[in-house]
Design a protein around this ligand. Structure first.
Ligand SMILES: Cc1cc2nc3c(=O)[nH]c(=O)nc-3n(C[C@H](O)[C@H](O)[C@H](O)COP(=O)(O)OP(=O)(O)OC[C@H]3O[C@@H](n4cnc5c(N)ncnc54)[C@H](O)[C@@H]3O)c2cc1C
Ligand SMILES: NC(=O)c1ccc[n+]([C@@H]2O[C@H](COP(=O)([O-])OP(=O)(O)OC[C@H]3O[C@@H](n4cnc5c(N)ncnc54)[C@H](O)[C@@H]3O)[C@@H](O)[C@H]2O)c1
Length: 479
């Protein structure tokens, strides 16, 4: 590493690697590059852990757990239990989420853990800034250059270019809130928006979602969107799909949200106490000064090839900043691929076999692979849905509000996609992803001896039904 001000590591024979951004992608990239023999410096503007640990999934999941503990009390009478639904101490719930968010740095001491592996970590120094394609500088004036650079700067909440944008909150603001607003309007009804809306309604707020697309969580399988919408509406949520937020204004100490329906251009408004914008997640390029480089963008993300390299030789991007797949598990996988390609002679494509995703709404949902619509465009498919009304564990738990859908390619007889909604969906989907990644046939999935009584059993049941249908179609089928 050539740190012009401070270091000149004895690494002339080694590759030197600079990793910029210390979220899950950055930490994994640094560890993998070091493991492969590189001299690595990791530069982080704030604290290691990134959005994943410090602000996003970790505290959000913690709040979702609080919300779930509360709603589960609604089942008390059915199970012969007596007790009040607990009141919400919103400030204490936020404090607890912040406590969990601090875990990575205050309990695990992530910086020390990474340093102990032999990686130089320079954190809490503000954004790293490019000077040219291979040289960067940090707030205190130090300059760094390296053989290889891996950019892992993550993303940031998108703002809307509408009047009153400054009156809206982002999830950053959630962590310093002390009172639950009476009414909350969430603009953007995809992964982030639905999670927040679900938590806040279960804490007792009145909640609206304004979503531009014609359904919630537009990238999801249609049945996930439908069931989630039904469940939210049953809890009294006001869901406005095919609707765009036009402007926000202050009125009599409250906020007025003006919106327009896409179908008929009809305009309307609602009065609310807080507006959260959850309208997308572009790469966090603030302060990076990419203008000093030749690095190309692809929309709001940094453009990369199949090997995660930018158009500038020796500059790679992993994680949210390349916009390919914005999940912690993808960030970590991409980071290992980028580090491998940066440091070794072998060129590895980023080609995930199956990305299992789960969202901590109530009810929870999880997905892997293609949606039914995507699969049917490309394949002759067989689809099977197990409704939780008939699933033993769901009946035992009084959580029959869910389903497990699998999509099998008729020719390959392998899993093309699976989508689950209901209790433990984020866990159930891991098994489906494993079946998919290992290329199991539907017959092999049907013959798995999955534990009884579990929600995951629905996956085996769906596979068994498809095998039965295949047998009906072709008596000579080979199992
Ligand atoms: C509310 C919310 C909930 C989510 N829930 C889930 C979930 O349940 N499951 C899931 O898989 N994913 C979830 N995600 C997505 C997940 O957080 C991201 O996919 C993941 O954090 C991406 O990791 P990353 O390392 O690419 O970026 P990040 O975790 O964002 O880390 C990037 C790091 O780079 C640093 N940085 C930025 N610019 C610079 C610079 N110029 N110089 C130095 N450092 C810089 C930042 O400070 C940050 O620490 C959620 C996201 C949000 C917002
Ligand atoms: N549990 C999880 O795994 C999890 C949770 C949160 C986020 N994430 C990741 O973060 C990424 C970003 O998710 P996100 O939900 O923040 O963004 P997104 O881009 O997926 O969704 C934004 C939504 O806002 C809507 N929108 C945009 N402008 C609008 C307007 N003017 N009025 C009304 N609606 C409008 C869009 O139609 C879209 O559905 C996702 O790709 C996901 O990978 C994952």
């Amino acid at each position: 590493m050539n740190n012009n001000n401070q270091l000149d590591n004895n690494s002339k024979d080694k590759q030197t690697v600079l990793v910029i951004g210390g979220g899950p992608a950055g930490v994994q990239a640094a560890l993998r590059a070091h493991e492969l023999g590189a001299a690595v410096t990791l530069l982080e503007a704030n604290k290691l852990g990134g959005t994943a640990f410090n602000e996003g999934p970790a505290p959000v999941r913690t709040l979702a757990r609080a919300a779930r503990l509360r709603t589960d009390t609604e089942l008390y009478p059915q199970f012969g239990l007596k007790g009040e639904t607990p009141a919400v101490d919103f400030a204490a719930a936020i404090d607890n989420a912040n406590r969990v968010a601090a875990h990575a740095n205050e309990v695990w001491h992530l910086t020390k853990v990474v340093e102990q592996q032999g990686i130089e970590v320079i954190d809490e120094v503000g954004p790293t800034h490019f000077i040219d394609n291979k040289t960067v500088t940090i707030g205190d004036g130090r300059e760094f250059s390296a053989d290889q650079i891996i950019l892992t700067v993550g993303g940031k909440p998108r703002k809307l270019d509408i009047p009153g944008n400054e009156l809206a909150l982002s999830f950053h603001d959630l962590w310093s809130m002390t009172e639950l607003p009476k009414r909350v309007t969430v603009v953007g009804g995809s992964a982030t928006g639905c999670q927040l809306a679900s938590i806040l309604i279960d804490f007792g707020a009145q909640v609206d979602i304004i979503e531009f697309a014609d359904r919630l969580t537009p990238p999801s399988d249609i049945d996930i969107s439908r069931k989630l919408e039904e469940a939210f509406e049953a809890r009294g949520m006001n869901i406005l799909t095919s609707t765009g937020c036009q402007s926000i204004e202050k009125e009599n100490g409250r906020l007025k949200v003006n919106y327009k329906h896409n179908d008929d251009d009809k305009e309307d408004s609602l009065m609310t106490d807080a507006v959260f914008l959850m309208v997308g997640w572009p790469a966090d390029l603030d302060g990076l000064n990419l203008d000093a480089t030749d690095i190309k963008l692809n929309g709001p993300y940094i453009d990369v090839d199949d090997y995660l390299q930018t158009n500038v030789d020796g500059v790679y991007v992993a994680g949210d900043a390349n916009g390919i797949s914005m999940f912690v598990q993808s960030a970590a996988h991409q980071a290992r691929v980028a580090a491998q390609n940066a440091v070794s002679d072998t060129a590895e494509r980023y080609d995930p076999k199956a990305i299992a995703t789960g969202s901590f709404t109530e009810p929870e949902y999880g997905s892997v692979g293609m949606t039914q619509a995507q699969a049917e465009k490309e394949h002759d498919c067989m689809v099977q849905i197990i409704d939780y009304e008939g699933l033993p564990r769901a009946i035992m738990d009084a959580r029959t509000d869910g389903f497990c859908k699998i999509i099998i390619g008729k020719q390959s007889q392998k899993l093309l996609g699976a989508h689950v909604l209901g209790s433990y969906s984020a866990e159930v989907i891991q098994v489906a992803a494993t079946c998919m990644a290992t290329g199991m046939t539907v017959h092999e999935i049907a013959n798995l001896e999955l534990a009884f009584p579990t929600f995951t059993e629905a996956l085996g049941m769906a596979a068994q039904r498809i095998c039965r249908d295949l047998r009906v179609e072709d008596k000579n089928i080979k199992e």
